[in-house]
Each structure stands twice: as C-alpha cells, then as structure tokens.
Design a protein around this ligand. Structure first.
Ligand SMILES: [Zn+2]
Length: 439
C-alpha cells in the first residue's frame, strides 16, 4: 500500500514497530482531516456562489392556472401522458438506486470484474465496459417501455434501429468519459497519498474542457447542424441578437426531427464554441414564436448561463473528488477491494458517482428553474410581446405534451424549467407591470 512511502521517516528515532503503526494511523487521520476541511470549505463556496448568483426573485406572478390557457382535452392528454411515463421513470430511478447501492455496499461489482486479466489500466477499461453492459441490460426493458410510450403519443419519430443506435452512441460517449476519469483518478491514487488534491483539480479542468468541446465534438455524433438558411427569419433573428448586444454569427438548425416531434432550442458551449441551436421541428411555428424562443436563448447567452453552470458544475466535480477520498474507506471494506487504485473498484466508484449525481439533481433543478425564468424575462423585455410569448408557450406545451401541473416530487426531482402555466403567469405579470395588453 502507498503508506509504505512514509515508513522511512520512522526509522532511527527509537520508536517501536507498534509506534510506527500508531503513527501511520495518526497520519491517516491527519490526511482525512485535511481533506474534510477542504471539502467543507469548497462545499460552502459552492453554496455561496449558487446562493448569491441565482436570480431568486424576478417577478411576482399570479398562481399558475392550466385551465385558463388549455382546453379540458389538452389537460387530460397531458395528465394521461404524465401517468403513462411516471411508472417507467420511477422504476428507472429505483433500479438506478438499487444498482448503485449494490455496487457501493456489496462485493458484487468487484466480483463481476474479478476474472479480468492484464495490466491495471486494461482491467479498469474492461471493468467499466463490463459493469456498463450489465447495468444497461438491466435498464433496457424500461428504456423500451419509455420509447413505446413516446411513440404512442406521437413524440418519437425513430424506428428501433435508430433508437438502438442512439442509445449505443450515448453509452459509448459515457463509457469513454468514465474510462478517462477513472484512469486518471486511479493513476493518481496509485502514486500519491493526497490524491484528492490533483483529482479535484483534474475534475475541475475536465468538466470545463468537456463543456467547451461538447458542441463541436459530441453533439455532431447525434445530430447534423446546418446554418439557418437565408431569409426573413434569419435576418430577423440576427438583428434581434444585435439589438440585444449578444454577438451571434449564426443560428444553427439541428435535424431533431429524425428523433422527435418535440419543439426545443438551446445554447451550448461558451467562448469560441458557443452556439444557439433551434430544432428543425420548431421552424413550422409562426416566425414571431420562433423569435420568442430565440429571445429566451439570447437571455442565456447574455447572462453566460452555460459558462456559469459549467463553473459551478466544475466546482461540484472537484468536491466530488474530495468526497470520494473521504467516503471510500467504508466502501472499500464492504466491497472487498484493496484500495481505490484497485481495478476491481471501478463498480464501487461508478456507484458512488451515480449516488452523488442523484443527490445533486434537485439542487441543480432548483437553480436551473430560476435561471430559466430569468431567460423568459429577458425574452419578454427584448420582444415586449407577451401575447406571442404565451402563444409560443402553449404551442410548446401542447406539442411536447408537457406536464401542466407537476406534483411536488416530480417538480423537485425532474423539473429543470418552471411549468408552462408558471411561465405564462409570469408573462401576464410582466404585461401588467409594463402596461402591454395581453388576453
Ligand atoms: Zn432556457
């Protein structure tokens, strides 16, 4: 074990072998205390950054009221879809938790990769592949169930071949990134006692780098992107961006219709890789509504929401590396691996990462909902057209079969955006405040 590196210091000072053992234990305690203090400090920094930079109070709005803007049939359809997807979603969450629990608290994960041979780094890569294949096979029936439900509501345009291709590409990308992370992490842990320091720095850098290159390296694996063709819409969008003081060279169109009928747009990357992407499915909507969608995205660009999210996410990843150092000892004992540098530990680390991201989900959603509301407000300020904003929100909700009245648990666990009735209520509040008429 790596503690041997420190043994030399104890020689020649007359302390017995037992004394060495006691000193090693004290040394270990000191190392853990340092990591714990660093983790608490970083945790407080993250909470402070999120607390001070999240736009908590934007605009007091009336209560959300789906019945005001949606027909009884639309509300019933949304509720039926919600009911149909709730079961596979919660089953998937439960399965994820059970698998992560087994990987972290039992030797099953270590046993699954015990038979692998070769140098440690080969066993790490193969171990990640083996565990991923097992987990994905367990989750496959739920994935098929979910996709079948989407098709039943006309939301998916894929056949099983392209659906499976997408899923495999996704798994490929995730496996690649996971291997990269674990190889670096284990290489550090096998050489350095205070590996949490370089691991935390590495996690920060990797998160920033991934967010930066994601739009140009990974997104093209899933979609083709083409510049919006010349025409009135393009001219109007670019002039709106200019008016907004957001430098946008192009609006890209993603061929989302190969996968879905849903309407969406997003901003990804930052600096040189920043892009505003509109789903091709959205181009059938009236021009004014597309402008409202892009005005929302300009709000994200103007406030550097991707860069901010990346920064906080990178701090979170660094904290994750510190927590991994702190919690690994009991996990090591329960899973029967020798150390975090043991290639059989891949399952336990994957389980801990899954649990960490599940715990962080609700906090991320809470912050995200406020950032989304700020982008909505930006769209209203920029276009001064709440009537079209509401029309656009209605079109998105009806086409995407959005949940119009999410219950508290769904809202906390899954809602990255305010609900459509909340967004519409804010548009009405904006209209009242600014004296712009709206129905
Ligand atoms: Zn948004």
């Amino acid at each position: 074990m790596d503690v041997h590196a420190q043994e030399g210091q104890g020689h020649g000072d007359g302390i017995s072998v037992n004394g060495d053992g006691a000193r090693e234990a004290a040394d270990e305690t000191r190392l853990r205390r340092q990591a714990a203090v660093a983790a608490v400090v970083l945790g407080l920094i993250i909470v402070a950054v999120a607390a001070f930079s999240t736009p908590w109070h934007l605009l007091a709005s009336g209560p959300p009221d789906p019945a005001r803007d949606f027909t009884a049939a639309q509300i019933a359809r949304a509720e039926a879809f919600d009911t149909a997807t709730t079961v596979p979603s919660y089953l998937s969450l439960a399965l994820t938790l059970v698998i992560a629990g087994l990987l972290v608290a039992t030797p099953l994960g270590a046993k699954a990769v015990r038979w692998l041979k070769g140098p440690w780094w080969v066993r790490v890569v193969l171990g990640v592949v083996v565990i991923t294949v097992i987990v994905e096979l367990l989750k496959l029936p739920l994935g098929i169930w979910f996709e079948t439900t989407l098709r039943g509501y006309g939301l998916s345009t894929q056949d099983w071949g392209s659906w499976a291709g997408d899923r495999l590409k996704n798994i490929g990308v995730e496996t690649f990134l996971l291997c990269l992370m674990l190889l670096v992490l284990m290489a550090l842990a096998r050489r350095i006692r205070r590996w949490w320091i370089p691991a935390a720095a590495g996690a920060f850098v990797l998160t920033v780098a991934m967010s930066f290159i994601y739009p140009v390296v990974f997104e093209p694996l899933f979609n083709d992107f083409t510049p919006m063709r010349q025409g009135a819409l393009r001219v109007s969008l670019l002039s709106m961006a200019q008016r907004d003081g957001v430098p946008v060279e192009d609006v890209l169109i993603a061929d989302a219709s190969r996968r879905t009928t849903a309407l969406n747009a997003y901003v990804s990357g930052f600096g040189a890789t920043r892009r505003i992407v509109v789903y091709d499915t959205l181009l059938k909507a009236p021009m004014r509504e597309v402008e409202l969608v892009v005005a929302h995205e300009l709000g994200h660009a103007k406030h550097n929401d991707v860069l901010y999210g990346t920064f906080v996410g990178a701090l979170g990843a660094a904290l994750g590396a510190m927590l991994l150092f702190l919690v690994f000892e009991p996990v090591r004992r329960r899973t029967g691996v020798t150390s975090i540098g043991d290639p059989r530990a891949v399952g336990a680390i994957m389980g801990l990462m899954t649990i960490g991201s599940l715990i962080m989900g609700p906090a991320q959603n809470l912050v995200s909902r406020h950032i989304e509301a700020r982008a909505d407000l930006h769209a209203l300020d920029l276009t001064r057209d709440p009537a079209t904003f509401i029309a656009m929100q209605k079109r998105l909700a009806v086409t995407n079969v959005s949940d119009l009245s999410p219950d508290a648990v769904e809202y906390v666990l899954y809602a990255s955006h305010p609900s459509t009735p909340e967004r519409i209520a804010m548009a009405r509040a904006w209209a009242t405040l600014n004296g712009v008429p709206v129905q």
